[in-house]
Design a protein around this ligand. Structure first.
Ligand SMILES: NC(=O)c1ccc[n+]([C@@H]2O[C@H](COP(=O)([O-])OP(=O)(O)OC[C@H]3O[C@@H](n4cnc5c(N)ncnc54)[C@H](O)[C@@H]3O)[C@@H](O)[C@H]2O)c1
Length: 312
């Protein structure tokens, strides 16, 4: 199979690229390298430095390479940036996704889209949250991701395609920039490895559904291989608080570090956890790496020097 991975030089995208290559697929990476790094990719990869907001450029790569599947991960991923610059966020996350959808239409490719389960549902929702819950995002980032999902669904109805959107929880693992928005596990591992204390914003009781990156990758492959289109939560169904994360990271580091508490960040959800029954049933996908196993892998990756090509 030939696949395009947009955002393939990023954290999750580079792991998707490796998994596709490992099973013998041909891969083209599309990335503007705004946050991505070529060091995350094999040296001989077909990398096209293209911005998804440029319709002619993305159409030309897709027409040239004629993929069967496009894994669409390129995005403006910073929630706070989306609040300060919602126009740019929508240009990349909505406009860019429509460009990719149109390019895919030209060659009959299936799209598997990296949506969000953590930033889409909002507060006052059932926990764990199922897919049929009405999304009420708290920031432009979640709104744009939801809007892009709506375009996927529209294309499925208009053109009888089988595009899929994966509403992922908080993905963590090796290669995640410790400075990133969702990289709290990497940040804590980095702090403890440096002999510093982790900073907790708020009381540390906020919870998220943390998914190890290899599990996210297997969800992308399962959705790409499936004949079905639709929207699926990709999570563990398990809530973990920031205080619990600190305990796990301390265990990996082999020493205890008392956290420093700072003021809570405005607009943060108290709790988030995803209902994953639909992905289990429809995609035969299930998370396999519990947080007790995933966190030591991240700590080792940090301790071994944060190699961009390491870690599965
Ligand atoms: N990390 C998480 O916890 C998480 C959770 C839910 C959803 N997601 C989604 O998964 C995807 C990948 O996230 P990530 O954590 O690997 O982020 P990342 O920033 O590491 O990867 C995104 C990649 O997209 C590229 N990119 C950004 N804007 C682009 C543009 N206009 N044109 C071309 N390339 C562009 C960047 O250079 C980067 O390589 C994103 O769509 C993100 O919204 C991530």
């Amino acid at each position: 199979m030939h696949a395009i991975v947009t955002g393939g030089a990023g954290f999750i995208g580079s792991h998707v690229v490796d998994a596709l290559l490992e099973r013998g697929d041909t891969v083209t990476v599309v990335d503007n390298l705004s946050r991505g790094r070529t060091a995350r990719l094999p040296a001989d990869i077909d990398l096209r430095q293209v911005d998804i907001t440029d319709p002619d450029a993305i159409t030309s790569v897709v027409a040239d390479t004629r993929p069967e599947v496009i894994f669409h991960l390129a995005a403006q991923i910073d929630v706070r940036t989306s609040v300060t610059d919602p126009v740019h966020d929508a240009a990349v996350n909505v406009g860019g996704t429509i460009n990719v959808l149109e390019a895919a239409r030209g060659v009959g490719a299936k799209l598997v889209y990296a949506s969000t389960g953590g930033a889409l549902y909002g507060r006052d929702v059932p926990l764990p949250t199922p897919e049929h819950t009405l999304p009420e995002p708290e920031a432009p980032y979640g709104t744009a991701k939801y809007c892009a999902e709506q375009y996927l669904g529209l294309f499925n109805r208009l053109y009888d395609t089988q595009h899929a959107a994966l509403r992922m929880g908080n993905i963590y693992g090796p290669r995640q920039d410790p400075g990133g928005e969702a990289g709290v596990i990497g940040i804590f591992c980095g702090r403890l490895f440096a002999g510093e204390r982790p900073t907790i914003f708020g009381d540390g009781k906020t919870t998220r559904d943390y998914v190890y990156v290899a599990d996210a990758v297997s969800a992308f492959l399962a959705a790409g291989d499936s004949e079905r289109g639709g929207v699926w939560n990709i999570g563990t169904g398990r809530e973990t608080s920031i205080l619990q994360l600190v305990k796990h990271v301390c265990r990996s580091a082999g020493h205890v570090a008392e956290p420093v508490f700072a003021a809570a960040r405005a607009g943060e959800l108290e709790r988030s956890v995803l209902d994953v029954a639909a992905a289990e049933q429809d995609l035969r996908w299930k998370a396999t790496v519990p947080i007790e196993e995933g966190i030591p892998r991240v700590y080792e990756w940090v301790a071994w020097g944060q190699d961009d090509r390491a870690g599965r």
